[in-house]
Design a protein around this ligand. Structure first.
Ligand SMILES: [Zn+2]
Length: 243
């Protein structure tokens, strides 16, 4: 990755190779369209737990699943306008992050200096990899803030963290505190869904989620919006303007 272009940047930390598409594809496409450099870190390919369709082939192997999931994620990422995608290949079900991966992600924070971070919900009783990715993304962010790590000049500030909408929000104690209007990039997000052959069962589901958040976004604002993407915040909004 590089920040040589001087573009503003955002970082997405995804437990499995497709999570960022369903949950943050709108934000990625919107910011890419605005000229931001969006980097996606996929901690695993979702090879064991989120590739059901591929495993219907009895001759399937773990390596082939990883290769196919990677290709799909890259295809979807290029549709969304992702500038850079990195795969940590830490394994899924269970996802386990260690010290090397933590330092690697902290290096990414320090070199790209993202202005926002998107990752999973804090809880998910259906999926332990998702909150593990969140804990890891947050810990690396804090490590990258340490002045003693690589000198004060390398330490990052405090990019706000936004949590993706999980599959079953109520069970995850997740509430939409931010509804991003993604209407202008909806077609792009939907096209990225269609790159994910292994999870075709989710295309319509996540279209309904976007419509639902769109209605709620319009109800909570003066906007005429059709499609929305919900996020929960971790830290307070720091601002001098209430509206
Ligand atoms: Zn996932």
């Amino acid at each position: 990755m590089s920040t040589s272009s001087g573009a503003r940047s955002g970082l997405v930390v995804s437990a499995h190779s497709a999570d960022f598409i369903w949950r943050a594809g709108g934000a990625i496409a919107l910011y890419a369209k605005r000229g931001w450099k969006v980097k996606v870190v996929c901690l695993s390919f979702g090879e064991r737990g989120e590739s059901q369709k591929l495993w219907k082939d009895p001759a399937m192997t773990l390596d082939r699943v990883k290769t196919e999931r990677r290709a799909e994620a890259e295809r979807a990422g290029s549709i969304l306008g992702v500038a850079d995608m990195e795969f940590f290949d830490l394994g899924d079900y269970p996802l386990r992050t260690g010290l090397d991966a933590l330092e690697r992600l902290a290096d990414i924070y320090q070199s790209m200096r993202p202005e926002w971070v998107l990752t999973h919900s804090l809880e998910d009783p259906y999926n332990f990899d998702h909150p593990e990715a969140t804990r890891f993304a947050q810990e690396a962010r804090v490590v990258a803030q340490a002045h003693g790590r690589k000198g004060a000049a390398s330490a990052i500030g405090a990019p706000p963290v936004f949590l993706f909408e999980p599959h079953q929000p109520e069970q995850c104690n997740w509430k939409p505190q931010v509804i991003l209007d993604i209407s202008e990039v909806w077609e792009t997000k939907r096209k990225a869904f269609e790159a994910m052959d292994a999870q075709e069962h989710l295309w319509d589901y996540y279209t309904r989620v976007a419509l639902q958040r769109g209605v709620q976004g319009a109800r909570n604002s003066e906007r005429k919006m059709k499609y929305g993407e919900g996020y929960q915040r971790v830290f307070p909004l720091v601002t001098e303007h209430l509206v």
